[in-house]
Structure formats: C-alpha cells, structure tokens
Design a protein around this ligand. Structure first.
Ligand SMILES: Cc1ncc(COP(=O)(O)O)c(C=O)c1O
Length: 434
C-alpha cells in the first residue's frame, strides 16, 4: 500500500454516514474514499489501493480517465439535462450510433436508460408486449438487479428475494450450466443436462407458446463468475428459435470488452434478440441501454416505455469517450492478453495453495474459487472473504461473489498493464499467505 501522503487525522466517512445514511446497502468494505487517479483509489488517510474492483466492473477505464473526464467537462458546459421528450442531444445520438456499431447484425436499435436493473425490467416488458406471451425463463444463481422485475428473475441469494413476494408471476428458474461447481468440469454434461431441463419444463410446466423470453448472463457474475459453455449458448439459441422465444443477454457486467470479446455472447458466435448494457458504458456515470434489432423496438410501440434521465447528454458524452478509448487503445485485445497473463499467474499459485479449487476466465472476468477440499469442491466462503480482506490490507481491492462468497472475482480495468498485473499477483500471494 502506498502511504506516502498519509494524513494524521483522516476523515471517517463511515462514522459521518451512520446517523443519516440508510444501512440497507450491502457493502464489501466500509473504508472512507477520498479520490481516484487511474487504477488507484485513495482513502482519506492518503493510502493508495490498486483498484481491481472498479465499483463492480463500472470504472472499466479506471478513475478520472483523462479522455472521459475531458468529454464530461466539455458536455457540462454545453448541455446537461436530458431533452428527449422534446427532441435529441448530439452526444446521445452519437453514442447510440457508436454503441450499435459494436454489435453484430441485425442488432442496431438502442434505448438508453439509467441502470442495469432498468434494462432488465424494460427487456421483460418488451418481450411480453412484442410476443404477447407472459412467461420468462431465468437461471438459478443469476443476478439481474433490484427493481421488482429484476428481483423476480434473480436467484443468486435468498436475501434479494425474501419478504418481497409475490414477485412477478410467470417466471421459471432453471439450472445454469456452472461447469466447475455442478458438473465436475464436464462441459458436455452441463450443456446436455441444462438444455434437457428447459425442454422438460417446456413439455410439462409451461407451454413454449406461453414463453416470451429466456434471460441469461453468458458469464454468470454475482452468482460466481461461471462462463456458460459455448455449446450450451448455441443450443439455447436454437431452442429459442424453434419456439419463437426471445433470447435476452444480460451483458451488464460481462459487456464492453470485459471478457476479451466486446460482448460475452460473441464467444459462442450467437446473436441474442435483446442485449442489456450498463455499468462500464459511461465509466461511472449512470447510463444503460437495451439493444435489439429495429423491428422489435418498433413493435414494442411508441410510448410503450420511457425514461426521464436515460440517455443523459453528459453520461452519453462519457460513453462516447469510453467507446473511442476502447477502440483506439485496442482494449478488447488487451483484456484478452492481460487476462491470459493474470489467469496464468493465478493458476501457478494453485500449486502452493490447495484452497484454490479453480481459476477461470474469460478475459478480465476471472473467478478464483476457494474450496475446503479440491476433491469434494465444498465451497469455502470464509477463506475467500478472509483473503479478499487481507488483499485490501495489502493494498489490492478485490470483491467476492458466489452464493457462499466462495469466489474472488478479478475485474481489473480494461487498460490494466503488465506491471500492474505483476503487482496484483504479488499482493494476492501475500494475502494468501495470511
Ligand atoms: C449481470 C447484472 N445484471 C444487472 C445488474 C443490475 O445493475 P444495476 O445495479 O445497475 O441496477 C447487475 C449489477 O451488478 C449485474 O451484475
């Protein structure tokens, strides 16, 4: 940890927050943050931390990125408020075009909203309205957000659901092909079993003619950083096509180059009908988007959905700078290359630390799963949490995930460098040694 600017009397923001700030927000830590520069966050005592948490994959270009910050400053002096009830703002239209260009055909139509949860609710509404069908199939272990619609399709933790029922009716949860956790590394078995489960559901529980959409994270995030096998995603696409069901990809965490492809579904060479985008799109400003082919949004119908703040010109100016930086600096390729180095380094640590059961990518969306025993694969959330806490003490910010917090997720900035990867691996090894 860099302590060069250590202040003698640091501001304790947690104590100041105590009387008035709602305790409902879960926090991985309760440190007091002063500012961020590049890939480091600084606390109010002046300690610098290498930030590989990034507000959960939000500040994907790090903090106060010069290009993003300049774009925000310029837009703030021009037009701040959203104008879409009365017309268009240039940055919003520009980002709409640039975002659409990152998608394969025929995905070309963008609706800007504010948060990931909102895109999930919007996608559910779109699917129901366009298909005239009520049911949605979602995956166990998925996290899609906190609004009541997004909560209804979420099952990564009981705490997100209990006390809120009845949730949205017509939601069916099916097993996710978590290959390491549930299928002993057998991708074919995971693919076969999970597709068979959906077919059985469609044969015995809900008729395919009643199903509007299947909603999936191509790499499950909060649920434990489990990538779905390519064959499963292809089989799911075929199954949806067979029954006229829309395939919705939740790319809120996995999108924008994070996995070494611009969009995680591209690893399987499939094209979803609806894609939900948020988090990294504006590097920290609130912005999200639902992307589909044009005819779906036309059939959704004018005025069928709406937003006051979505597509805010300042957030969109930041979004333009984000996409330009990803393109100009080759950051999707960087995610692939640095991801391979980081995954390789973490796998080397497995030789000395038997508590690490698995290290898996893709790209810079890496899960390190802790187990009590490599043979039984019993999850070890206590060790995983303790190691993340030790890493923070050593100066490296990492977050847990998985339903028992047994996974440490690695989500470094997309423009992470080789020396930073080496530094992070050294700090992590120190944390593992306790
Ligand atoms: C995959 C996924 N979907 C949806 C959401 C919800 O996004 P938000 O918190 O912006 O509503 C998240 C947030 O972590 C997420 O990881």
């Amino acid at each position: 940890m860099d302590t060069s600017d250590a202040s003698p009397d640091p501001l304790d923001l947690a104590a100041l927050a105590e009387p008035n700030m709602s305790p409902v927000l879960g926090r991985y830590m309760d440190r007091s943050w002063s500012h961020g520069i590049g890939h480091r966050l600084y606390d109010t005592a002046g300690n610098g931390f290498l930030d590989f948490a990034n507000g959960i994959a939000v500040t994907a270009l790090g903090h106060t990125h010069p290009r993003v910050t300049a774009a925000i400053h310029a837009q703030v002096d021009r037009l701040i408020g959203p104008v879409h009830a009365i017309g268009f703002a240039e940055s919003t239209v520009t980002l709409g075009r640039m975002l659409a260009e990152t998608f394969p055909d025929p995905l070309d139509s963008v609706l800007f909203l504010n948060s990931g949860s909102e895109t999930i609710d919007g996608a559910i509404k779109l699917a129901r309205r366009v298909t005239g069908r009520p049911a949605i199939i979602a995956f166990r272990g998925a996290f899609h957000g906190r609004t009541i619609g997004a909560t209804s399709v979420t099952s990564s933790s009981l705490n997100y659901r209990q006390g809120y029922e009845p949730l949205l009716p017509g939601v069916y949860h099916v097993p996710y092909p978590a290959v390491y956790r549930d299928f002993a590394d057998d991708e074919a078995a995971a693919t076969g079993a999970c597709l068979a489960h959906i077919r059985e559901l469609l044969r015995t529980v809900v008729a395919p003619t009643q199903v509007a959409a299947v909603l999936i994270e191509a790499v499950q995030g909060e649920g434990g950083y489990y990538p779905a096998p390519v064959a499963f995603l292809r089989g799911l696409r075929a199954l949806c096509d067979e029954h006229g069901i829309l395939l919705i990809a939740d790319e809120v965490q996995s999108g924008l180059g994070r996995t070494g492809e611009m969009w995680a579904f591209q690893h399987a060479d499939i094209v979803p009908d609806v894609v939900c985008v948020a988090k990294a799109i504006a590097n920290g400003l609130p912005l999200s988007a639902i992307v589909t082919r044009r005819d779906l949004q036309e059939r959704w119908g004018r005025g069928a959905h709406g937003t006051t703040y979505g597509g805010n010109p300042v957030a969109c100016a930041a979004g333009v700078a984000v996409l330009e930086t990803i393109r100009d600096e080759g950051l999707v390729a960087n995610a692939r290359a640095r991801g391979a180095e980081l995954t390789g380094g973490l796998r080397e640590l497995m030789a000395d630390f038997p508590g690490i059961g698995d290290v898996r990518g893709p790209g810079l969306m890496i899960g390190v799963e802790f187990v009590r025993d490599r043979r039984t694969r019993e999850p070890d959330g206590a060790t995983s949490e303790a190691v993340a806490a030790k890493a923070a003490e050593a100066g490296l910010l990492l977050l847990n995930c998985g339903n028992q917090h047994q996974v440490i997720r690695w989500i470094p900035p997309l423009d992470v460098t080789v020396p930073e990867i080496e530094e992070a691996l050294a700090l992590f090894e120190r944390a593992l040694r306790g």
